[in-house]
Structure formats: structure tokens, C-alpha cells
Design a protein. Structure first.
Length: 391
């Protein structure tokens, strides 16, 4: 899609500065936070403690729709509503289609279950050889460090696990997982996810990383997080210094929309990048939020500017209550078609479907091989021109 094919409305969204009703620096304009002093606002513990959990509090931030009222009323238990004060400042209070608002505010559609939706679409529970651990690929494991997040995204794949409840915080809760990793010398890569590992206290995070780094055959540590997006105040000098101790360590950040890249989230990413920690972005394809090529192109360009490499675009998993977020697979393929060759290679992520039932990440994209026979490949490039390659 080129600019000539865009509507005037779309051009405005690309070319004009992002419209913000509130800015994080103007949080006191919101009645709910009018008396909060700047030191508290920058305290991540304060942000967590004062997350918006009720209909009455949220009504002081946005003009609720009947669909949101219904969703908030039903959203209880694990995946109840929890919106950080910071996030509340960057959503549009008037527009129910605001891409940030739709990710954070429950709606009644969450409680309709589609015909192909599952509680555990990735079969993580089946592939769990020890508590908190998923082992699917030969040389790497997923360690679920916590079931809590700073904010509960409404499209969450692990909604069966993630949310507000009493969690085991004992120092021995990962012992079985650590012993399993120690006993399997094929494991060279550990991805720490959750929930969100960055909501752990510094000391907890340090202790867990130390245990994993002490295993001789573990070469590579990764952390999956949305905290730099939903709670950037959490990224502190102390935390960054802890992470630096365990290099090589990579951080994958869950960015979904260009409006999430604010001055505050940029600072958080800069602190991590300046410490020598490579950053990648894992984006979930969401209907009406980022499923237009021009939106995704703006996102990947702005990510590169803050030194975050676009890594994956995920097809939204068929987890129960998310059918209103899912797009046709063709939408994701079209996005890659409009990126590949039309922008920097570093800006082109891999579009994947996580195979339902535990198939793992399967790359999906445009077909550039038109035919092949006896060492002759007929190819097309991003412009649709045909070329032949002979082996």
C-alpha cells in the first residue's frame, strides 16, 4: 500500500503527530490522579498498587460504553481488569476504538466463545515436565516465572494462568524446573516469561537468573516482557545492572501499536539498550488495532528508532474469549507483502502461527517461489517481477 492509495484519514494518522488526549506528564489532568506527586508517579510499586480495577475508577478516566460496562461487570477472577495509571494517560477517553483502550478495557465480547477456541491452545500444560516449565523444542525451554502482569491484556494467550490470585512466592518454587534443566544437557536456551518476569522484585529476578546462569550448558537467557510498554517506570538503573551481570541475555518486548511508543517507554528501552541488552519486539496481530499494513509499517519503523528489532508478528491464538481480536491469516500475509522489499530488512518481522495443539511457531508469508524443477527456480520479487535461478 502506498501513500497514494491511502484515505485522507489514514494519511493523517501516519503523517501527523500521534493524537493524545492525555500525556503521561499531564497525569494530574485526570481527576483520579490529580493529587499524586511526581515521586509517587515514577515509583513502579505505586503504579502497581494503584492500578485501575473498578468501574468507578475507570469512569474517571474514560467515557464508558455499554459494551465496556458489560465487560467490566463480568471480568472477575484471574483475568480481571488491571490498568496501570501510566497506561490510563495514553488511552483516548472518548474513542472506544482507541487501540490502547481496546487492549486494556474488558468488553462483553470476551465472554462469547468461538467454535475453535481452547483454554490452552498451545498445549503448554501437556508439555510441562515440571512446575512452571514448558519443554517443546529440543534445545530450549520456557520458564513461567510468575502469573502476574503489570496490566492484563484482553487478548492474553495464558488467561487460564495469568491474573490476580495468591501465588507461591517460596524460594524453592522453581527447584524442580531448575533440576530438570540441569539434568537435560540438550537445553542451551531458557526463555523466562509468565505473566511478566519484570514484575518480580529485583532480588527475586537476580536469584532466578543466577540459578539459571550457574547451569553450565545454558548458553542463552531470554526474558519476555510487556513492562517497558505498560509500566516503563519499572526499568531502573538497579534492575538494568542486575540484567547486565547475566549476559548474554536478550529481552523480547510486547509492542502492538505505534501509540505505545511514548517518551517514557522510549526511555525504558534506551536504558536497556545502553546496557548492551539486545531488544526485540513480539507483536500480536489484532483486528482493528494493528491489522493494516500502514499501521504495522509505522510501528516497525518507530521500533527501530528506539533500537528494538521487530522479531515476530503472531497470529492471535485461538484462546477462549478472543475471537473478536482475530484476523484472517491473509491479513498477516498481506502485511509481510507490504513490508518485504518496501522497507529495511531489519524492519521486517517473521509472521508466525503457533500451531494449535502444541505445534510450535510456524512461519507463514507470501509465496515468492512460483515453481521449481530440476534445479530451476522461478521466483518473483517484491514488485512482482519474475526471475529465474539455476542451481
Amino acid at each position: 500500500m502506498n501513500n497514494a492509495a491511502l484515505t485522507e484519514s489514514q494519511k493523517t494518522q501516519i503523517e501527523a503527530p500521534v493524537r493524545r488526549i492525555h500525556r503521561p506528564s499531564d497525569y494530574q489532568q485526570i481527576s483520579l490522579f490529580k493529587d499524586v506527586n511526581p515521586l509517587d508517579w515514577e515509583d513502579w510499586h505505586w503504579q502497581l498498587k494503584h492500578r485501575i480495577r473498578s468501574r468507578d475508577d475507570l469512569a474517571q478516566v474514560i467515557k464508558l460504553t455499554p459494551e465496556e460496562e458489560a465487560g467490566i461487570k463480568k471480568a472477575s477472577g484471574r483475568l480481571s481488569m488491571a490498568i496501570t495509571p501510566y497506561w490510563a494517560t495514553i488511552i483516548d477517553p472518548e474513542d472506544p476504538n482507541c487501540p490502547l483502550r481496546r487492549q486494556a478495557v474488558p468488553v462483553g465480547e470476551e465472554f462469547a466463545v468461538g467454535p475453535h477456541e481452547m483454554v490452552d491452545p498451545l498445549a503448554e500444560d501437556r508439555d510441562s515436565p515440571a512446575p512452571h516449565l514448558v519443554h517443546r523444542y529440543p534445545d530450549r525451554v520456557l520458564l513461567l516465572a510468575t502469573e502476574h502482569c503489570a496490566m492484563y491484556c484482553r487478548h492474553c494467550t495464558r488467561r487460564r494462568l495469568v491474573g490476580e490470585h495468591q501465588e507461591d512466592n517460596s524460594s524453592t518454587r522453581f527447584d524442580a524446573a531448575i533440576e530438570y534443566i540441569k539434568s537435560n544437557r540438550k537445553i542451551r536456551d531458557v526463555l523466562i516469561s509468565g505473566g511478566d518476569p519484570f514484575v518480580l522484585e529485583d532480588e527475586e529476578l537476580d536469584a532466578l537468573l543466577a540459578k539459571l546462569r550457574s547451569i553450565s550448558h545454558v548458553e542463552f537467557l531470554r526474558i519476555g516482557t510487556r513492562v517497558p510498554v505498560s509500566l516503563p517506570q519499572r526499568i531502573s538503573e538497579k534492575m538494568v545492572n542486575i540484567l547486565k551481570k547475566y549476559s548474554p541475555l536478550w529481552v523480547s518486548i510486547h509492542f502492538n501499536h505505534p501509540k505505545e511508543i511514548t517518551k517514557r517507554s522510549k526511555i525504558a528501552c534506551e536504558m536497556l539498550a545502553d546496557a548492551g541488552i539486545p531488544l526485540g519486539s513480539q507483536t500480536v496481530l489484532l483486528k482493528g488495532i494493528n491489522d493494516r499494513p500502514y499501521i504495522m509499517k509505522k510501528l516497525v519503523h518507530e521500533l527501530l528508532q528506539i533500537r528494538v528489532r521487530p522479531y515476530y508478528i503472531y497470529q492471535c491464538d485461538p484462546v477462549k474469549g478472543t475471537q473478536h481480536f482475530r484476523t484472517p491469516v491473509a491479513s498477516g500475509i498481506n502485511i509481510i507483502e507490504k513490508l518485504r522489499g518496501h522497507t529495511s530488512g531489519y524492519a521486517v518481522p517473521t509472521y508466525v502461527i503457533d500451531g494449535p495443539g502444541g505445534g510450535g511457531k510456524i512461519p507463514v508469508g507470501p509465496n515468492y517461489i512460483l515453481s521449481q524443477a530440476k534445479g530451476k527456480y522461478v521466483l518473483r520479487n517484491y514488485k512482482g517481477k519474475i526471475y529465474t535461478y539455476l542451481e
